[in-house]
Design a protein around this ligand. Structure first.
Ligand code: PLP
Length: 440
């Protein structure tokens, strides 16, 4: 068995990988055994890494002397394994639908540790959330009236429209916030107004710190009206790094359309190297607002999705065949580009896929793009011509590293009636890696 990264071509972009992922990929038989059992594409997940990422976020809060909660933004990956980790590490979950809420409860997350976001919440979702004492982030005034009409106790946050993003369709503008506060005051016997929330696009510290500062002001003002206003939620958008800085800079400065099959052009790319990332980014935000939070006794809530999944999984596709197209080739894999969601936003998932092959047969290096198993011309997992040490062949596997956050299952469908790729949870039992299907 050999695991091969691309020979360095000018467009190569090696993925950062965890020791866990490398150990699994270097095992001589493990991935081959799973591939035979599954007989199709699959995703490998590491719940322990998610748990460690969550624990790191929680540790940053306690180091700053700030009370609060970390809610996993569930839409980033559907596996049940993450929810068990949330329960185990005293974390919460951010949901937007009844099935997401039920899934969290089923996996042991308590209702009081769930925040319900989402722009258009069904009555059944509001009712179920209220019954389980979840926190509901209210996105419009109609929703607040529907909550009042439940006539049962409800815990809410008011989601604000950020000044830095005035065209957002989410949140309440200043006038709407005022009106909502009047309604919360009038309904205070049942509606517990626990604070304010936002979720910003992008991955920057400063706009988050500035808006959080305004939300602390809103909380202290709301308290003078007799509302609880204990908490602010700064949403998600914690950055991740998929590749090293030097590689990302070289890639960006040398970028050429002809690196891609058919000169394919893209609208934009995710910033595959960033700084600070994950829990360190939360620490930076707390560097700005930590003292004010602690001083005003305000709790900090956040809703990271992608950052909790960083290095917690990778995707594996069986190679079905290879053919030439001019000066490069095309690898056909079992599985669809829907399992690499970035391909569905006019973009591409850039960290290099790796060839895992059961033998170390020598051969001449080739470059090739990667096509999926459907009959659609645009079903392409990677348009970029990737360097391989030899021709990929039937029996090899193609590994896409670090795909747990949004890539794996956000866009998957049963196109061609192909089954969805299963998620395989790996665990370390006394130094031996065991695997199981993620069934919850
Ligand atoms: C999507 C979303 C998140 C998670 O965002 P990430 O970028 O994955 O951290 C958190 N909160 C809300 C309201 C969201 O819509």
């Amino acid at each position: 068995m050999t695991i091969s990264s691309a020979p360095p071509t000018s467009s190569h972009l090696p993925a950062r990988q965890s020791d866990w992922a490398l150990r699994v990929q270097q095992d001589p038989v493990l991935l081959g055994d799973i591939a035979r059992a599954v007989d199709g594409p699959f995703h490998v997940i590491d719940p322990a890494r998610f748990g460690a990422n969550l624990a790191a976020f929680k540790a940053v809060l306690s180091a700053a002397g700030v009370d609060g909660q970390i809610y996993y933004g569930k839409k980033a990956n559907k596996a049940g394994a993450w929810l068990g980790e949330c329960a185990r590490h005293d974390g919460g979950v951010d949901v937007a639908s009844v099935p997401e809420l039920v899934h969290a409860l089923e996996c042991g997350v308590r209702g009081e540790d769930v925040v319900v976001t989402g722009a258009a919440k069904a009555d059944r979702l509001l009712w179920l959330a209220a019954r389980h004492r979840c926190l509901i982030a209210v996105d419009n005034l109609d929703e607040l009236e529907r909550i009042a009409a439940l006539h049962i106790p409800v815990r809410i946050l008011l989601r604000v429209l950020p000044d830095v993003n005035p065209d957002s369709r989410f949140g309440l503008d200043r006038k709407q916030v005022e009106h909502a506060l009047d309604r919360c005051t009038a309904e205070s016997s049942r509606i517990s107004m626990e604070g304010f929330s936002f979720h910003l696009d992008g991955y920057e510290v400063r706009p988050r710190a500035e808006l959080a500062d305004r939300l602390i002001d809103l909380c202290t003002a709301a308290r003078t009206r007799g509302l609880p206003a204990t908490s602010i939620s700064i949403g998600g958008g914690f950055a991740c790094s998929y590749v090293d800085e030097e590689d990302w800079e070289r890639f960006r400065s040398g970028y050429r359309d002809d690196w891609f099959h058919a000169g394919r052009k893209f609208a934009k790319f995710y910033p595959y190297h960033q700084n600070p990332t994950g829990a360190a980014m939360l620490a930076d935000i707390l560097g700005h607002i930590g003292p004010r939070l602690a001083g005003t006794g305000t709790r900090l809530l956040c809703e990271p999705g992608r950052a909790l999944l960083d290095q917690a999984g990778f995707s594996v596709f069986p190679v079905q065949g290879y053919k030439e197209r001019g000066d490069h080739g095309v690898v056909a894999v079992g599985g669809l580009s829907m399992s690499v969601s970035e391909q569905w936003k006019g973009s591409e998932f850039l960290p290099d896929p790796l060839l895992w092959h059961p033998d170390s047969a020598p051969g001449d290096p080739v470059t090739a793009f990667v096509g999926g198993a459907s009959c659609m011309e645009y079903d392409v997992l990677t348009w970029r011509k990737i360097g391989f040490p030899r021709r990929p062949a039937h029996g090899d596997l193609l590994i896409y590293p670090n795909t747990a956050g949004y890539q794996m299952d956000k866009n998957e469908s049963e196109f061609h009636q192909l089954p969805l790729p299963p998620k395989i949870r790996l665990a370390d039992h006394d130094g031996r890696i065991t695997w199981a299907f993620d069934t919850h």
